[in-house]
Design a protein around this ligand. Structure first.
Ligand code: ADP
Length: 382
């Protein structure tokens, strides 16, 4: 049986035949099918770089041909697209959801320094009493560009959503890996769309997650593509946060778990010159995370927030939540087994110390001591 790349290559041959016959309807259809197939294959976990590159190269080739062929065959350009031919692989996306997140700064646990930084940089300038002084020091740049860095799961995305909620702003969450999965040319278009849609809003936040993926190693296969997307983003960013009226507020926040991978061009003045470290939760923050989870689940008396906060040293907020879910699942499973076996009601199972220890002994936290050391080195170098 033919494997997927063979099926794909067969489509390439059919596409070329249709182009040679001048059969626009057929080659448009096959071209679109090929792209869908390539995107599907490339997003499968574990696909090797070599195979990915084969798909990408063929798609680049097909797009270029399709654009040329569609012009030659007189395929009408998309409305509003000027002389540009229809790009069958591009559909404009609404980057900004209609709703402002229903979150506030009070939904952020711990990370007081991060909250303070946002307060000074983003919230206070909006206060009528502070406006003049900000204007004196910052001129017309009320908005800001911030890079959040820190271990995974420390709440970088969550914090930005809370900021949007607090400011009543719409937010576009740009997953860089998602943009990168687009075909060359289309990825840049998506990036430009994000900024074009943002410029129509008075207040907005553009959140660019995993920004390190735009800074691939020079020698990697994807280097040329990522560089071009990075350049597009930097061009769009230039001057974007400058406010043209007092109602306007434009904020760009990027996040990364790998700040040392970032291209120097990104950290230059006027770009992400402000970098904020989002640390792992301290003892008191860990207690808060635990309390929120324990509040609604029956637990033994010796399962205290102090005990668990101690055990969760080195865990991120996301890790604590995940581990607490696993812990709560154990008495739940016992209850379910009892109910199904005895055909009676619940028997009053609770989380025990044994449940906590069983989960903690096998839980693998994403954050490693080596990773924390890398953050220390990076912060010392700033
Ligand atoms: P990151 O972007 O740093 O990888 P996320 O924002 O995706 O982390 O965090 C995942 C989840 O963990 C969030 O949706 C939130 O429920 C929880 N979380 C992590 N850190 C915090 C925090 N400081 N305050 C509140 N919730 C948090």
């Amino acid at each position: 049986m033919a494997n997927n790349i063979e099926t794909f290559n067969m489509k390439v041959r059919n596409y070329n035949d249709a182009v040679n016959r001048g059969d626009v309807a057929v080659y448009s259809e096959i071209g679109a099918e090929m792209l869908r197939m390539a995107l599907g294959e490339c997003s499968k976990p574990g696909i090797g770089e070599a195979l990915k590159s084969q798909y990408r190269n063929q798609c680049d080739h097909i797009i270029t041909r399709f654009m040329k062929d569609s012009k030659r065959a007189g395929v009408p350009a998309r409305a509003g697209a000027g002389t540009e031919a229809v790009d069958p692989y591009y559909t404009e996306k609404d980057w900004f959801s209609d709703d402002v997140p229903e979150l506030n700064f009070t939904d952020i646990i711990g990370v007081q320094e991060v909250k303070d930084a946002f307060m000074v940089d983003v919230i206070a300038p909006l206060h009528p009493d502070c406006r003049e002084i900000y204007h004196t020091f910052r001129g017309d740049q009320l908005g800001t560009q911030i890079l959040l860095y820190g271990p995974p799961g420390t709440g970088k995305t969550h914090i930005v959503k809370c900021l949007a909620g607090a400011l009543g702003c719409k937010i576009a969450v740009v997953q860089t890996s998602e943009i990168l999965a687009s075909i060359v040319g289309v990825a840049e278009k998506h990036m430009r769309d994000v900024f074009a849609q943002a410029s129509e809003l008075d207040r907005c936040i553009i959140f660019i997650d995993e920004i390190d993926s735009l800074c691939s190693d020079r020698d990697s296969i994807d280097s040329r593509n990522t560089k071009s997307i990075l350049t597009t983003m930097l061009t769009c960013m230039d001057g974007f946060v400058k406010t043209k009226s007092p109602e306007q507020l434009r904020i760009i926040v990027a996040a990364t778990n790998l700040p040392w991978k970032l291209d120097a061009a990104l950290k230059r003045g006027g770009r992400f010159e402000k970098q904020i470290y989002v640390p792992l939760p301290d003892y008191s923050a860990r207690k808060k995370f635990v309390n929120i989870e324990l509040e609604h689940v029956p637990h033994a008396e010796d399962v205290t927030d102090e005990y668990l906060a101690d055990k969760f040293d080195g865990f991120s907020g996301a890790d604590i939540k995940a581990a607490m879910r696993q812990i709560a699942n154990r008495p739940l499973r016992r209850e379910i087994e009892h109910i199904l076996r005895e055909r009676k009601g619940a028997q009053g199972e609770v989380i025990t110390l044994g449940d906590c220890e069983a989960v903690l002994s096998s839980y693998i936290s994403v954050t490693t001591p080596e990773m924390m050391e890398q953050f220390d080195i990076y912060r010392r170098g700033l």
